[in-house]
Design a protein around this ligand. Structure first.
Ligand SMILES: Cc1cc2nc3c(=O)[nH]c(=O)nc-3n(C[C@H](O)[C@H](O)[C@H](O)COP(=O)(O)O)c2cc1C
Length: 335
């Protein structure tokens, strides 16, 4: 069924296909009988960092940037949805085309650049969902024009505005498509961001966990720094990882990627790269709490992440290529 749906969708440019697919799913599920029959929601609850997740598999950030599909994605089987990346002010992102299918590699290349409606409008979208009905992560970032020295204030704005509406937060400093964003992975800058967030959290009655999402392209020295900040700032978990800018991971579309120059690779080719980072982190420190994302495209690749010590996992690109059958394959493999 998804093969046919995908055949149609892949006739359209990727970004348009994404919107079309979600509109079609919304339309189909608005028919009460179909809504009842097509319910793939899957419950195998677990607690992680003090939050109850309906199951271990989440939709990774970037798919539902504006909190528009949370209900649909839960219905398709995801145990949680990470919205965003959300920035304080709305921004258009980079000019199109900015999302490419690298079919032979079962990968995507994107340079979206944090296109989103801005935190105010996104909070309005979040208010449409009943509290505690879904598990929602808020992935936060900075506006393109905010200098890195003031980045912590952007993270804080999003954190404050979304505090009552999400279950956990993710500090995203690892997207390759906002100039210099990855420099925020530097130790001192990270401390500054986490300090302001933790200070605000202290004033709240409920303490929401804050995770850090990292790039797969960090050196061992940088990873060691991340581990030290993880402990000093009491970060609740690491999400490993974002897209890679190492085009050597591609088998078939290397020349295309180098020609396009800018953009991060996701999907099958990044699985082993993220697994190497996960393995390094665990070899250095078994106490780290980890969420694995990157190249999960089968039950087996999901189990690999779990075997490396991840308690939660996420997918994006695999879902684009395989649709709901991937969700089923992963969850019915009894994780
Ligand atoms: C089109 C696209 C947009 C993305 N946007 C974001 C984003 O806004 N914030 C973020 O933290 N990660 C973003 N990501 C990265 C994914 O969340 C994920 O970390 C990465 O794609 C690796 O997982 P995958 O191989 O399952 O796709 C994006 C990925 C894609 C393909």
């Amino acid at each position: 069924m998804y093969s046919f749906f995908k055949f149609i969708l892949f006739l359209f440019p990727p970004e348009y296909a994404h919107k079309l697919a979600m509109k079609a799913i919304r339309l189909v599920l608005s028919i009460p009988l179909l809504n009842k029959i097509l319910d793939f929601s899957y419950s195998e609850p677990l607690e992680f960092a003090g939050v109850v997740f309906k199951n271990r598999l989440g939709m990774a950030a970037g798919f539902d940037k504006n909190a528009e599909y949370i209900d649909l994605l839960h219905k398709l089987g995801f145990g949680y949805v990470e919205i965003g990346t959300v920035t304080p002010e709305p921004q258009d992102g980079n000019p199109t085309p900015r999302l490419f299918r690298l079919k032979e590699d079962e990968a995507l290349m994107n340079r979206m650049g944090f296109n989103n409606l801005g935190v105010e409008k996104i909070v309005e979208n979040l208010k449409k969902y009943q509290k505690h009905e879904y598990t929602i992560g808020g992935n936060i970032g900075k506006n393109k024009w905010t200098p890195n020295e003031e980045a912590h204030l952007d993270y804080l704005k999003c954190f404050i505005a979304m505090y009552d509406y999400v279950d956990y937060f993710v500090v995203n400093v690892s997207s390759p498509n906002t100039p210099n964003l990855r420099a925020l992975q530097d130790k001192d800058t990270l401390v500054k961001i986490f300090e302001v967030l933790q200070n605000h959290r202290k004033s709240q009655t409920i303490s929401k966990p804050i995770f850090l999402k990292i790039a797969p392209d960090l050196t061992e020295g940088q990873l060691d720094d991340i581990i030290s900040v993880y402990h000093s700032m009491k970060i609740d978990a690491l999400i490993v990882s974002n897209t890679t800018i190492d085009y050597e991971v591609l088998d078939h579309n290397k020349a295309f990627a180098y020609k396009e120059k800018m953009g991060g690779i996701s999907g099958k080719p990044i699985a082993s790269k993220t697994n190497e980072v996960l393995a390094y982190l665990k070899s250095k420190d078994t106490s780290l709490k980890l969420i694995g994302v990157g190249g999960i495209d089968s039950g087996e690749s999901a189990r690999e992440k779990l075997a490396l010590g991840c308690e939660l996992i996420q997918v994006y690109t695999g879902f684009v290529y395989k649709g709901n059958r991937l969700v089923k394959e992963i969850l019915e493999g009894k994780l």
